[in-house]
Design a protein around this ligand. Structure first.
Ligand SMILES: [Zn+2]
Length: 91
């Protein structure tokens, strides 16, 4: 048994939601929705890589490509960091 950090009620270990106060466990809270590891891998790592490849193929402006590559790289780093931090409770 785990306890909810917000209302201190007991939560089943496998459960990712507190039925008492609605707090959710996940890796990140985005637009008031709590997201799991799959979301981070898909949108925080795979999507930036794919977008960057498309950018390199389609855009001939090296400044834009380099700038966007750094931006995507920052997103990927942030995602990996979030994954290594583990889950947290959000409400
Ligand atoms: Zn709670």
């Amino acid at each position: 048994m785990a306890t909810c950090p917000y209302c201190l009620s007991a939560i089943e270990k496998k459960s990712n939601i507190c039925h008492n106060c609605g707090a959710e466990r996940g890796y990140i809270s985005l637009l008031s929705k709590v997201r799991g590891a799959l979301f981070i891998v898909a949108w925080g790592i795979l999507a930036p890589i794919i977008l960057d490849v498309i950018l390199v193929l389609l855009v001939n402006n090296i400044v834009i490509v380099v700038f966007m590559s750094f931006a995507f790289f920052a997103i990927i780093l942030f995602s990996v960091y979030k994954l290594t931090c583990g889950t947290a409770w959000y409400r």
